[in-house]
Design a protein around this ligand. Structure first.
Ligand SMILES: [Zn+2]
Length: 244
């Protein structure tokens, strides 16, 4: 393996260590999710360059003995300033970053592109965060092959009526009909389901332009965040505060 790796990355987490260095979690277009140490001290300027949610070209040094990455150069082209200036948008971005790590993917390139699109949209219009959250989460689920057809119950394979309320199966991690459900805590109302079916084959940027009422945004963001959380072994930190 090459020791110096140039990669397009997004900083999805940044934690200060005792020594003033930072442990970064990067979503790399080439490598997927990797952890990289950004040294502190005299090279602190790099910690500022590789700030949370920033994105661009990063040069990583790979230590083949320790199997660790160290950040040796950061040239971000996206700084997320609009996000950082808005508290609610910061929570949304933290959720976007956390959700990107939940579902396993063989295509880090597509995941990187989706997260960067979502962060860019949020950065440009922080007030639109709920719609971006809905479209981003739905795109993540679809990209991972989790996005169900929603026209059939995947358990009993029955064709679902358009006005039927969908329930949820924790066993299948999927929406199902009422008689196949094993929990009452997640529900999908008919109007919200129509939106998901309508946008099933749309790329994120196209879906973002589709109108969605304020009440449907609320229903869908609750449903989709519950759905994706079901794939996480622990509760999502970014959802705990209840702000989204
Ligand atoms: Zn069923």
């Amino acid at each position: 393996m090459e020791r110096n790796i140039k990669t397009s990355s997004i900083v999805i987490d940044s934690v200060r260590t005792g020594t003033g260095a930072r442990l970064l979690t990067l979503l790399s277009r080439e490598l997927g999710i990797v952890r990289a140490m950004s040294p502190g001290g005299a090279r602190n300027r790099m910690n500022a360059a590789a700030g949370l949610f920033s994105a661009g070209e990063f040069l990583l040094y790979f230590n083949p003995v320790k199997e660790t990455y160290t950040l040796s150069e950061a040239s971000p082209s996206f700084f997320a300033e609009g996000i950082k200036g808005d508290l609610d948008a910061t929570y949304a971005a933290a959720y976007f970053a956390e959700a990107a790590g939940i579902l396993k993917t063989d295509e880090p390139e597509a995941l990187h592109a989706l997260l960067l699109s979502a962060l860019s949209a949020l950065d440009a219009s922080p007030e639109n965060r709920k719609k971006i959250l809905v479209d981003y989460t739905w795109s993540l689920l679809k990209q991972s092959g989790v996005g169900a057809d929603l026209r059939f119950c995947p358990s009993c394979e029955r064709l679902l009526a358009l006005n039927e309320v969908l329930h949820y199966s924790t066993k299948l991690s999927s929406p199902v009909c009422q008689s196949c459900a094993d929990t009452d805590s997640i529900r999908l109302l008919p109007g919200a389901r129509r939106y998901l079916i309508y946008t099933l084959d749309m790329p994120f940027e196209v879906e973002l332009k589709v109108e969605l009422s304020e009440s449907a945004r609320t229903v869908l963001s609750a449903f989709l965040t519950s759905w994706i959380s079901a794939f996480s072994p622990w509760p999502l930190k970014s959802l705990k505060a209840g702000i989204l």
